[in-house]
Design a protein around this ligand. Sequence first.
Ligand SMILES: Cc1cc2nc3c(=O)[nH]c(=O)nc-3n(C[C@H](O)[C@H](O)[C@H](O)COP(=O)(O)OP(=O)(O)OC[C@H]3O[C@@H](n4cnc5c(N)ncnc54)[C@H](O)[C@@H]3O)c2cc1C
Ligand code: FES
Length: 270
Amino acid sequence: MTYLPKPYVITAVEVFTSDVKLFKVKCAMDPQPGQFIEVSVPGVGECPLASCSFDGKYVDILVRNAGNVTTALFDLKKKDALFIRGPYGKGFPLAQLKKKNLIMIAGGTGIAPVTSLIEYVEKHRREFKEVFIYFGFRDEAHVLLSDRIEKWKKKFHVHVGLSNDVLTHKYERGYVQEIMEKHKPKVEHTVALLCGPETMMGGVTLELNRLGLTDNKICWSMERRMECGFGSCGRCQIQDLYVCKDGPIFRYDVIKPRLENEQSSEGVKK
Ligand SMILES: Cc1cc2nc3c(=O)[nH]c(=O)nc-3n(C[C@H](O)[C@H](O)[C@H](O)COP(=O)(O)OP(=O)(O)OC[C@H]3O[C@@H](n4cnc5c(N)ncnc54)[C@H](O)[C@@H]3O)c2cc1C
Ligand code: FES
């Protein structure tokens, strides 16, 4: 782990939608799937981003233009430099996933950390059982990493749900939990890994519970505002846990009571 940002060169930029781009960066980093990096633009600031894909020579980062830093990142082009420090946090609990069926569910740019796990499973295929993948996007124009999704369809059970599209021929219509319910993944000897907005993960978790998967077999990838990224500033705390250091991947039975306490103390403040 490094605490100092270092410059790395962008070797390619792929535009997906008006607000999402993928940057391929020459960077010999070897994070664990689900870990994150702090990416910065000098004079603007830095923000945490998932290491979406990496091979020891390059790191791919999928960026949604959400504010100050991500807007500055959006202006960068091939051959420009950006700064990276990390990797940070605890990624997916790989040891607990081995010899299990996996259900991976992602919404929007939540596909980034899930991609790092899918690529790990592709490289170590024999260590895992069946893999069920469900992605949710707004409409066909907002589907991310469609080339990789088509490739994964040949290896795993993959379904994509579009919540807003009335007419879709290539994908299915509905929220991601509806798509999952329709296809009924295996829930025996299974762990589910979720990444996306908390409302989406909440809905998916209820559906997983209904299918028979208990909270201790479900992991959430959490997002909170961050500063240091390594457990020093306290910016990312959810009660006694630090999203940057103890997460960003948490078992749901661990994070659920903290989220409930957080909500009830916010209610008291109001
Ligand atoms: C572990 C982790 C991994 C992430 N991975 C990705 C990724 O792969 N791709 C990606 O596009 N984004 C990812 N994010 C979200 C990304 O960090 C934020 O969008 C980014 O920090 C926004 O910074 P900004 O300076 O551009 O926006 P700002 O100007 O700081 O804020 C713009 C708006 O976004 C809100 N916001 C900023 N950060 C967060 C946050 N963490 N959670 C909720 N709301 C926030 C602000 O309140 C504000 O309304 C990740 C976040 C975390 C914590
Ligand atoms: S970001 Fe500083 S403690 Fe988590």
